[in-house]
Ligand binder design. Structure first.
Ligand code: ZN
Length: 305
């Protein structure tokens, strides 16, 4: 009986101690709420946040950054985010508007305008702004993971060392990725190709892909009749080996251009990798998928459909 009472007392003391200690365990701050605009940016942020938390993704599967309508649930996610990583208003002018309206501009980091980003101009002459598709150059991704680590450290100084170490690991991975992509594209050489929209210039510059034209511009506006005629002339004169249609966009334009010519019609992932699951491995998978898709032209060139 005595030992039973002792046991009961011990249980009570243990429970009290657990209760008293509980607040100690939650002293570490919860990780910051981080939001990324597109899946490739989300992937890089997920790598930098590894072991601390997961970022949210604004534009999930099938969402086209150029043409987008925000849902109320997405406005709520923007409102609640401590930190927002986004390409910039050149890619998503509608998001810029929303951020201003919600007073969230201060919490947003525009990667296109981050120091060290290697920019290309959008087509359309000297006064054109930057082409927003800068994430397709893995060296920009390498610049951005450092900016992400710094931005995260500002809102969560306790985890500064983890973010910095993760960014360093991500950069090692990106350097390996760049070599792997270059190796897969070696056989393509300077084979001339046409893409569906002007969204691949950064990838083409880094890996020397000879994109001679795009059907629509860097904001994915529909092409005019004159532009279509000049493309058709270029293709008929045999100056184009492959025409790439883009996943998620109408293949009709590419099909009509290729019809009756020697140019091969091939599929290409869209620049945000809509068909690739989001997560830390998304960025790598997207670049490798692009490399394989472009490389397929080396085998298809000159063969009529
Ligand atoms: Zn685009």
């Amino acid at each position: 009986m005595q030992s039973f009472r002792l046991l009961a007392i011990a249980v009570i003391i243990l429970a009290a101690a657990t209760f008293a200690l509980a607040p100690l365990r939650s002293i570490a701050e919860p990780p910051p709420r981080v939001l990324a605009d597109i899946a490739p940016v989300h992937s890089l942020a997920a790598q930098v946040m590894a072991g601390t938390g997961r970022p949210d993704l604004l534009l999930g599967r099938g969402a086209d950054p150029h043409h987008f309508q925000l849902r109320p649930s997405q406005a709520r996610v923007i409102k609640e985010a401590d930190l927002i990583f986004m390409i910039g208003p050149e890619l998503t002018p509608w998001l810029d508007e929303v951020l201003r309206r919600l007073g969230a501009g201060e919490r947003a980091v525009s990667l296109l305008h981050a120091q060290g980003t290697l920019l290309l101009k959008a087509g359309g002459g000297e006064r054109a702004g930057p082409d927003p598709h800068a994430w397709l150059d893995p060296r920009n991704a390498g610049v951005w993971v450092d900016h992400m680590a710094q931005g995260l450290a500002r809102v969560d100084p306790e985890r500064r060392a983890t973010f910095a170490a993760n960014a360093a690991g991500a950069k090692t991975r990106l350097a390996e990725l760049e070599s792997a992509v270059a190796a897969r594209l070696a056989a393509l050489g300077d084979t001339p190709v046409i893409v569906q929209h002007q969204g691949y210039a950064y990838f083409a510059r880094r890996f020397s892909i000879n994109i001679v034209a795009a059907i629509s511009d860097s904001a994915a506006h529909p092409p005019g009749a004159r532009h279509m005629r000049s493309l058709r002339e270029m293709i008929e004169s045999g100056k184009v080996a492959c025409i790439f249609t883009e996943e998620g966009r109408d293949p009709g334009l590419g099909e009509s251009l290729a019809a009756g010519t020697d140019a091969a019609l091939l599929p290409l992932p869209d620049p945000v990798g809509s068909a690739i699951p989001p997560g830390p491995d998304h960025y790598e998978a997207l670049l490798l998928a692009l490399a394989d898709a472009f490389a397929a032209c080396a085998g298809a060139a000159g063969k009529p459909e």
